[in-house]
Design a protein around this ligand. Structure first.
Ligand code: ZN
Length: 168
């Protein structure tokens, strides 16, 4: 592939990558991704089956800073885990993206074809693409959406990825 490997094309690719990066920076908005980590409740003792709380106050030491508490309690009900025995820590991250919501006309066209209808398409950097794909929760402009499809095509492979998402 002598043409593709030439210095001229490579520098054009580089310009394309930089231009798209700048567009994301100046015209993009934040897409919020959330990843959930489930941990044993640090505020109470687990039951012997370890499937639920034993309802006994027993704070971990050190106590994790990203969980409310420690909250002393009596009466058999842990206020941190509501006696489930576990707690979900939500790790949130914002990612810059060029966001395009499908218009009603687009949607009609998509439903007439064989492509699965999507509600919003976002263009992100390659580094962020898998983060969005693997996130537990995705929010675009405050709307919760789910992952449908990830496209890395041609020159875009260098500069970013287009991800199609659907409202939930
Ligand atoms: Zn608990």
């Amino acid at each position: 592939m002598p043409i593709l490997s030439s210095g001229l094309i490579n520098s054009m690719d580089q310009l394309f990558v930089e231009a798209l990066g700048e567009m994301r920076e100046f015209m993009g908005r934040d897409v919020t991704i959330v990843n959930n980590t489930k941990i044993n409740c640090p505020n109470c003792l687990l039951s012997y089956t370890e499937q639920e709380s034993a309802g006994i106050y027993s704070p971990d030491d050190p106590y994790p800073s990203d969980v409310p508490g420690p909250i002393p309690f009596s009466g058999g009900f842990c206020p941190v885990c509501k006696n489930t025995g576990w707690y979900v820590i939500k790790n949130q991250e914002n990612i810059k993206a060029l966001i395009s919501w499908a218009s009603p006309g687009d949607r009609q066209y998509m439903e007439a074809g064989i492509i699965e209808p999507w509600d919003v398409s976002i263009q992100v950097s390659i580094d962020d693409a898998d983060k969005v794909k693997n996130a537990d929760e995705i929010y675009v402009d405050g709307q919760k959406v789910e992952f449908l499809n990830l496209r890395k095509e041609g020159l875009k492979t260098l500069a970013g990825a287009t991800i199609e998402l659907r409202k939930i």
